[in-house]
Design a protein around this ligand. Structure first.
Ligand code: PGA
Length: 279
């Protein structure tokens, strides 16, 4: 029987819920899919790929920002395409020096002068093959921010570190040394990419649970250092053998805000399929 008493207590409950101050947190962070072309393509191939991406993205209602990071000789070409479209362009590296006698290097002001918006920093291939240290990476991050370019800062453990269960410590150290000297205004311009090294170019993707676990850990470190608002707003991308077949489940994880894509970004169809994977 639905007694009057029960009805009263029920309506009281509803009222108390309705009167409770509403404390919605609207999370504004951006989904991003960035293609890291690494050292691939000639000029004409790069232009063809950029052209295809721009054409294909015109017909799609993408729920993410789309970024291409071509090799440096093709940045200006890509930047010209970006001017006429929603595509964004990133570089793959910069010098730790601002200018001067550093033969072969590319500087932050050079990128700025051709309107480059992003730059990958600390990719595991740079750390491994070019012995880039945390200190150098921190200097590069500072230079980029001085020129209004957003770093896509890569972190991630090698297989032995995961197997010995030190992967959280490794990532914590990389973030601490490379980024946590920034103040919160500066930090709000940084994108983080978690790329387990064992998953890069190997076809061996991190499971959605492994990705989510590390992304949540990274966000917690940011929360402890910079507070909730900054932690809620920073985009954390996953990278490592991400493809059209696994992107959807990876991107559906609560703390995965997109991907840094290597191999699969070299074909417009695959890249766009990945970018279309947000629910
Ligand atoms: P992959 O590379 O997608 O080919 O594994 C990712 C990366 O190195 O950024």
């Amino acid at each position: 029987m639905f007694s009057l008493l029960r009805f009263k207590s029920l309506s009281l409950k509803i009222k108390s819920v309705l009167l409770r101050p509403i404390n919605y947190t609207i999370i504004m962070r951006k989904n991003i899919v960035a293609g890291n072309w690494k050292m691939n393509k000639t000029f004409s191939e790069a232009e063809e790929l950029t052209d295809q991406i721009v054409l294909e993205m015109e017909d799609k209602d993408l729920k993410c920002e789309l970024v291409v990071c071509p090799p440096s000789p093709f940045l200006e070409m890509a930047s010209d395409y970006a001017e006429e479209s929603r595509l964004k362009v990133g570089a793959q590296n910069i010098s730790e020096h601002e200018s001067g006698a550093y033969t072969g290097e590319i500087s932050a002001p050079m990128l700025d002068s051709i309107d480059i918006e992003y730059c990958i920093i600390g990719h595991s291939e740079r750390r491994k093959y070019f012995n880039e240290t945390d200190q150098q990476l921190a200097t590069k991050v500072d230079l980029l921010l001085d020129y209004g370019i957003k770093p896509i800062f890569c972190v991630g453990e090698v297989l032995e570190e995961r197997e010995s269960n030190t992967h959280f410590d490794v990532v914590k150290k990389q973030l601490g040394n490379g980024l946590f000297h920034l103040n919160s205004d500066e930090f709000s311009n940084v994108v983080i990419a978690y790329e387990p090294v064992w998953a890069i170019g190997t076809g061996k993707t991190a499971s959605p649970e492994q990705a989510q676990e590390m992304h949540a850990f990274i966000r917690k470190l940011i929360l402890e250092k910079y507070g909730k608002e900054t932690a809620d707003e920073v985009s954390i991308l996953y990278g490592g053998s991400c493809n059209p077949g696994n992107a959807k489940v990876l991107f559906s994880q609560a703390d995965v805000d997109g991907g840094l894509i290597g191999g699969a970004s070299l074909k417009a169809n695959d890249f766009l399929a990945i970018a279309s994977s947000f629910e």
